[in-house]
Ligand binder design. Structure first.
Ligand SMILES: NC(=O)CC[C@H](N)C(=O)O
Length: 314
């Protein structure tokens, strides 16, 4: 990393400039419990592989990870299932909305990638077969990665999504009709909604995804063995998928503007990986029409313009 970079000063500048972005998007309201979140919040954390962490604004306020959890469930599935999972899900951008159902019909129930809802449901189905209590297995992995024992899902948000999960349920049944869903859709949806309702702060999320910037090494402070969480090759592949599929049908626009592997969620969070350098988490609840945080994307664009990150790593 360029030693002359003053990250705290840069974060302060970005924080100031994002205030002008409030009011340009809308908080997700299709999950009723998310509709009541105060929209005018912004937090950002940069955690570097050399051990620095810098935060600004609401970076210590927990928020609903939503689709950002798809990154973690995919990584878990890759660890337990390996390349066999590609028989059940593709690795191409969908170019369609995150909750689109149309491609499933023409593509025989095999979702385009693990980061759209249909693909994430297949991943959760795979993990539901593997783990008797997936919710706690996932929390355990997240706690280890974030080096933070106090991580939970928000039960109110989980129930709220579960009661209104008609479209996701329809996709699960459709995939089951093609033989690409092995458990009962109801049980998988229970797990999926709890997974999506996991809460973290920006500081915790940046820490939890640092392994993707560090060639798969979890860099745990509490685990001196520093065991790799993924192999360097697997981490490289996960980053490639995040770059091409991490922002749904805005993946091209994100690559153009930001050029880093990212995962977004309708809670307003975005995590971005700068391979070899840092993990960056940003959160601001107002979304654009594709379900991505308006101020979050703006902040990441400012960050890469100022640091040059991404220009050499991709
Ligand atoms: N894009 C998202 O964050 C979507 C996640 C949300 N839980 C859903 O399934 O609709």
């Amino acid at each position: 990393m360029n030693p002359s970079l003053d990250l705290p000063a840069l974060l302060a500048d970005i924080h100031r400039d994002t205030q002008a972005m409030f009011g340009r998007g809308r908080v997700a309201d299709y999950i009723p419990a998310l509709a009541s979140v105060n929209p005018c919040q912004f937090g950002m954390t940069i955690t570097t592989v050399d051990g620095q962490s810098h935060s600004v604004g609401d970076a210590h306020v927990p928020f609903s990870l939503q689709s950002i959890t798809k990154l973690f469930t995919f990584v878990l599935a890759l660890k337990v299932e390996g390349d066999a999972l590609w028989q059940r899900v593709g690795r191409e951008p969908s170019g369609a909305a995150f909750n689109s159902i149309v491609q499933l019909e023409t593509e025989s129930g095999r979702p385009r990638n693990p980061f759209i809802n249909a693909g994430a449901l297949v991943i959760t189905d795979i993990l539901t077969t593997r783990y008797a209590q997936l919710d706690y297995a996932l929390l355990g992995a997240l706690r280890r990665l974030a080096d933070e024992p106090n991580l939970y899902w928000n039960d109110h948000v989980a129930r709220s999504e579960r009661e209104t999960a008609h479209r996701n349920m329809a996709m699960a049944y459709f995939m089951k009709s093609h033989g690409n869903f092995h458990n009962q859709p109801e049980a998988v949806l229970d797990n999926y909604c709890r997974q999506c309702a996991t809460e973290m702060t920006c500081a915790q999320l940046a820490r939890a995804t640092l392994f993707l910037a560090a060639e798969g090494r979890a860099l745990s402070h509490t685990d001196p063995a520093d065991e790799p969480f993924l192999s360097a090759d697997q981490a490289r592949r996960v980053n490639a998928l995040l770059l091409t599929c991490g922002a749904y049908d805005a993946a091209g626009d994100f690559a153009y503007r930001i050029g880093l592997p990212v995962k977004t969620g309708v809670g307003g969070g975005i995590v971005a990986i700068v391979p070899g350098v840092a993990a960056v988490a940003v959160w601001s609840p107002e979304l654009d029409t594709k379900g991505n945080s308006v101020a979050g994307a703006f902040a990441l664009e400012r960050l890469v313009q100022a640091t040059g990150w991404g220009h050499t790593s991709i």
